[in-house]
Ligand binder design. Sequence first.
Ligand code: NAD
Length: 424
Amino acid sequence: MDQDELLSNSFYKDVVSFLEVVEKTIDINPNLITRLKYPRRAIRVSIPVRMDDGSMQVFRGYRVQHNHVLGPFKGGIRYHPNVNLGEVSALASLMTYKNSLLNLPLGGAKGGVKVNPNSLSRVELEALSRRFATEIGPFIGPDKDIPAPDVGTNPETMAWIMDTFSLETGFSQTGVVTGKPVEIGGSRGRLSATGLGVVYIAEQALETQRKEISQSTFAIQGFGNVGSHVAIEAHAMGAKILAVSDIKGGIYNPRGINISELIRYLKEHRFVEGFPHTNTITNEELLELDVDVLCPCALESVIHEKNVNKVKAKIIVEGANGPVTPQALDYLLKNNVLVVPDILANGGGAVVSYFEWVQDISWLFWKEQEVREKLKKVMVDTFTRVWNFTKTYQKSKDKDNLRLSAMAIALLRLEKAMKLRGQI
Ligand code: NAD
């Protein structure tokens, strides 16, 4: 793989720099770090789609399989106009570290199609998803690589991919994707899992500052799958959600937004703007609000060198993958802001995806309450492991650098596995 091409993407470069920070800080096999800088495999495909007007368009798609030493590759599929090989590779490697940190028997992968899903009709989107599934079909499967939803994709997309894969292999293979509708082998509680996991983690982070979630205030950037469920679950636990946003901008009410009313409003209006009893704010202004917990739940690199000095929140919980750049993280650590890294904070989706895969291959399905209880246990245990590692292992200057601890724990597990398998 041409690493120069990958490193020309700043997000990929940031993920590699996290590896290098761990290498400098703890005693770890340098061969592991060298190996993990390269994904194992990257598949690029062309996806021809006949559009509703009869014309043909060809979209670019990727599936990057980063590492599978712990189990089958696993990771979402993103539909977004900015998708490129570097971004998908960065997200694939984060999945390797996330699954390792969470003690799941899974490796890391990610996929993406360079497309604006809002500009396609439902028929065109289905055609695109089915053709993408056909093109990556030889490389995925319940024992090989299991996709899931990410930005711009949802349970319906997963249903199309599962159906195409099943038709091509000749029998129903529910375990080929997770995040499916419950009626065709999805897990109860998967849709809300990432957001709920973010809230369990926010609760733990607040406790370290002796604050209760029921007395806290939140600002949430991105009101898609992750952000909306952070809002719903945190609101249900008594937190005040002062601001939320989507791609068009944000809304703010210093006394708290009524989230159930907002969800009802969104059934008729596509975007949060115009919701009664709120003021309009920009996505940039949302990041600068004085709240207890700031949850960036949209895209990567939104808190960076240039705006980090305006952040006032004392806790940042990374609902999105990679929203805080390494330079911004340095600044925040120096200013005593507790940043809970993506591979811990948004791991709830990976955990319940794992539960879904287990239910699919055993054909035995669990109740939602069981899923939520099991998820809470994994999230709280993982937070505790990361917190304890920070307190006992890190030198005082690295105090509360949870990203460093989470990456170190993930890499130490990978180191053991790769050594046992004779790969390093
Ligand atoms: P989604 O497509 O459901 O929602 C994305 C939201 O972000 C939408 O509200 C969209 O309007 C908003 N948005 C898009 N571009 C924006 C911009 N430039 N500025 C502000 N808002 C913008 O996606 P999602 O599944 O909620 O994923 C969000 C993030 O969480 C991504 O980083 C994804 O990788 C990560 N993540 C998702 C899952 C999951 O289970 N879906 C799991 C772990 C991590």
